[in-house]
Design a protein around this ligand. Structure first.
Ligand code: DP6
Length: 359
């Protein structure tokens, strides 16, 4: 599949105005995307669990306008106008205009809200950009009703990627791969695909409790972060390691080998942070409480033989991952021993989900 194939030939219908609403979840990478080439092409393949409760709900209202020279849109978060969201959306529109040639023909009202607190340190770009991409695709579907369901999702993921790389992994569930990998035939650098191989029952309804350690503004934006991989002394090693890890996770997921899963996932999280610590400039995005939590998880695992583990995003919050049947004991452990390290005692219970929904 090449980019050109996402450029529509012509539209059979016209539409004056309307409105679509989509809800789209966040996702948590097991093998991390860190480093990208031009046009949002990832340096290495990644795989994520789609989440369920952490999501963005976006309504896109549109009406035809006279002037077709510029983009015209307004953005609202929880009912309040959000002009500081506009530059990111303008960049997104610029990147996708070639693939959605109707964009300058409408005025858009984008109304969005998240199920998680906005300043929780949970990135809303994956859920937000995927929800917006899906709303735009719903307009295209009106203009071209013959497009297949499969092409719809593929193009929505392709567009979401141009908004934010990880967003292309939020449309479907419960595991999504993005980035070309030799052992996954359908994989592509251009969009996320549903993980096509066998997954053991052990991973069914896998739990993710997100511990909010630091709800402050991101210290390193993802754009700055990915750029740190340019000229990074360990970049090539890291990209090839991610490829090896993806090869390895295929049998881990198939066999349900939770010990190997834990080792791979925790190593990925720490490697992501190691990349930030060893770039120039360098950053430490973990907080003392992040480390306290990690050590507590390791001690708990040793004492109880639990299969609980952690992963991290590019920040201080900790995603605590565990099998469904351990929910009771791990939640008790979280409440008794980990909540003390969360800002204002806040955490969010989530579970692996199936992707976006049209409302
Ligand atoms: C650490 O998808 O936020 O969460 O493409 O610049 O928008 P942009 O980056 P973004 O990067 C996410 C990085 C990560 C790892 C991951 O989700 O794979």
């Amino acid at each position: 599949m090449i980019e050109k194939e996402f450029i529509p030939q012509s539209y059979s219908n016209t539409v004056e105005k309307g409105s679509f609403t989509w809800s789209s979840p966040s996702n948590i990478a097991l093998i991390k995307y860190w480093g990208k080439k031009k046009n949002q092409i990832p340096e290495n393949p990644s795989i994520s669990f789609t989440l369920s409760n952490c999501k963005t709900i976006t309504t896109l209202s549109f009406s035809k306008k006279e002037n077709t020279n510029t983009f015209s849109f307004e953005v609202f978060l929880d009912g309040a106008q959000k002009d500081d969201f506009k530059p990111k959306i303008e960049t997104f529109f610029n990147r996708i205009e070639a693939y959605l040639p109707f964009l300058k023909g409408y005025h858009f009202k984008i109304e969005t809200s998240n199920t998680f607190p906005h300043s929780s340190g949970i990135a809303s770009s994956a859920s937000g950009m995927s929800a917006l991409a899906l709303c735009l695709m719903s307009i295209e579907k009106e203009l071209n009703p013959n497009a297949s369901e499969e092409d719809f999702i593929k193009k929505a993921s392709f567009l979401a990627r141009l908004g934010s790389g990880s967003a292309c992994r939020s449309l479907e569930g419960d595991l999504v791969v993005w980035g070309k990998h030799k052992s996954i035939q359908s994989s592509s650098d251009l969009f996320g695909v549903k993980y096509p191989c066998d997954v053991h029952q052990n991973f069914k309804n896998y739990q993710d409790t997100i511990l909010l350690v630091d709800k402050g503004e991101k210290q390193v934006s993802s754009t700055v972060g990915h750029n740190l991989m340019f000229g990074h002394p360990f970049a090539q090693e890291r990209f090839s390691q991610a490829n090896t890890n993806l090869s390895d996770i295929i049998s881990i997921l198939k066999d349900g080998d939770l010990d190997k899963f834990i080792a791979l996932v925790e190593s990925e999280a720490l490697t992501l942070h190691a990349m930030m610590m060893t770039s120039m400039p360098y950053f430490i995005l973990m907080k003392p409480n992040t480390l306290e939590i990690i050590n507590k998880i390791w001690a708990f695992r040793k004492e109880t033989n639990s299969k609980v583990c952690f992963t991290l995003d590019a920040g201080a919050n900790v995603h605590v991952l565990y099998p469904e049947h351990e929910s009771k004991s791990v939640l008790e452990f979280i409440k008794n021993e980990l909540v003390a390290y969360c800002q204002n005692g806040q955490y969010i219970c989530d579970v692996i989900g199936l992707g976006a929904n049209k409302l």
